[in-house]
Design a protein around this ligand. Structure first.
Ligand code: NAD
Length: 329
């Protein structure tokens, strides 16, 4: 990732990235470190994060790591001390995980979120951005999705993210916190968790195709997603934290490409790139999943100058190549 998404000098600014040992957070932290930020602090408890991501970041002198839990208010307070900008990514992701264990999802994604907001207010953080999710659109069927039109939530995970948005609005109005949320649409890329019960779909496809072990597609595979390469999520976080546009704050934004592909398309592209004829196995649709997803990204374009830099196919090839190396080591 060598594109530049900021114009300001970062050498006087300190950043906190929660969830920085994870997929998206580690890419945001790496961008800031590469571009000369004064300090980049990561707070993560390794619930789903990896030491290998921290090892990559540790090569930069401006990097600091706090191993800690956002469910602990005091830890959040310490993490925000001396920080100008916060990008809050720490959460328990995954719809099925939240269905299996809604209590933990609420504790981390809601209570942990409020701890972070309070810590940011108490430490006079200049700007706070956080990860919401396209899951807040729930059963709203109209495409493309626009920020102002959401439906009923279909999972505990979606409730936690919708609750984040409600708290964000109240903290903006009550405490004057400058805050914005990003509704990510199926972010993918290198370093996405390839293993475990809730692994993401692209690493699972690549692994199965390479090893010719069963690859499962939920439902008929015709469900569509606005698959978003991680570089675009980095871009919006950087632009959101650093924006001087007063109209941009206290809003939520779709973060996507604005094009959708089916899960079958995704599988076929993986198979084509890996030069395989391996067939997937279709199984029951997954509870809590939406059928189609496509974002209108005009709000982020107009207020944050968001311009997706890498479209689906290009990002996919980079991602497949990354996981091919992981699985053929
Ligand atoms: P990830 O699981 O790779 O990263 C989340 C990080 O948060 C992990 O490193 C984990 O260890 C950390 N964490 C979890 N609980 C914690 C706690 N109690 N205290 C401190 N750290 C904790 O997930 P990701 O894909 O990088 O997602 C980042 C954010 O974006 C999450 O908030 C997620 O809900 C949201 N999101 C992701 C996607 C996607 O497609 N990847 C889509 C929509 C929303």
């Amino acid at each position: 990732m060598s594109l530049i998404f900021h114009t300001k000098d970062l050498s006087n600014s300190s950043f906190l990235i929660t969830g920085g040992a994870g997929f998206i957070g580690s890419h945001i932290a790496e961008y800031l470190l590469k571009n000369g930020a004064k300090k980049v602090r990561v707070l993560d408890n390794f619930a789903n994060g990896f030491q290998s991501n921290i090892d990559i970041l540790s090569t930069y002198p401006a990097f600091e790591f706090i191993e800690g839990d956002i469910r602990d208010a005091e830890t959040c307070k310490q993490a925000c001390n001396g920080i100008d900008y916060v990008s809050h990514q720490a959460a328990l992701g995954s719809v099925p995980r939240s269905i299996a264990d809604p209590v933990s999802s609420a504790a981390v994604n809601v209570s942990g979120f409020v701890n972070m907001l309070k810590a940011a207010v108490d430490n006079n953080v200049k700007q706070f951005v956080y990860a919401s999710s396209s899951s807040v659109y729930g059963d709203e069927k109209t495409l493309p999705k626009i920020e102002s039109r959401v439906g009923n939530c279909l999972s505990p995970y979606a409730v936690t993210k919708k609750t984040n948005e409600l708290y964000a609005e109240v903290f903006a109005n009550t405490y004057g916190l400058k805050i914005m949320g990003f509704r990510y649409f199926n972010v993918f890329g290198p370093r996405q968790d390839p293993d475990g019960q809730y692994a993401a779909v692209i690493p699972l496809f690549v692994k199965g195709i390479l090893h010719r072990t069963p690859v499962f597609i939920n439902g008929d595979g015709k469900q569509t997603r606005d698959f978003t390469f991680v570089e675009n999520a980095v871009q919006i976080n950087v632009k959101g934290m650093l924006t001087d546009n007063p109209d941009a704050v206290n809003k939520v934004y779709n973060v996507a490409i604005g094009e959708n592909f089916s899960v079958n398309d995704l599988y076929n592209k993986c198979r084509e790139h890996l030069q395989s004829d391996f067939e997937p196995t279709y199984r029951e649709p997954r509870a809590g999943d939406i059928r189609d997803s496509l974002a209108d990204i005009s709000l982020a374009k107009s207020l944050l100058d968001y311009q997706p830099t890498k479209r689906f196919q290009d990002g996919l090839i980079e991602t497949i190549n990354f996981f091919k190396k992981v699985y053929t080591k």
